[in-house]
Design a protein. Structure first.
Length: 98
């Protein structure tokens, strides 16, 4: 399943990026990276809703780390919401959980 991305704004000016599908190395992860980096120009408080993610590979994990770093570098905050257990396990194994 191709990665689908949609956005919505919460009342407290936090941007939610809803992700459905797979975050894998290649076009899907590039679209996510480019979308979030473009959104960072207007809002650096962001939540990635991962409840619809069915699979993530090491390239996708790298994209999440890169997005976290890019957001932090703008003085903002990026939060992962509702990550599937596979994402949680990967973050724990790679010691990226905080």
């Amino acid at each position: 399943m191709q990665l689908r991305i949609s956005t919505r704004m919460l009342e407290d000016d936090v941007l939610v990026v809803d992700c459905v599908g797979r975050i894998v190395f290649g076009e899907e992860s590039a679209v996510l990276r480019d979308t979030v980096k473009k959104l960072l120009t207007t809002n650096n408080r962001m939540v990635l809703n991962l409840s619809g993610i069915t699979y993530i590979d090491s390239g996708g994990l790298g994209i999440l780390v890169g997005l976290y770093t890019s957001t932090r570098d703008t003085g903002g905050a990026l939060t992962l919401d509702n990550p599937p257990q596979r994402v949680v396990d990967l973050l724990q194994v790679t010691k990226l959980v905080r």
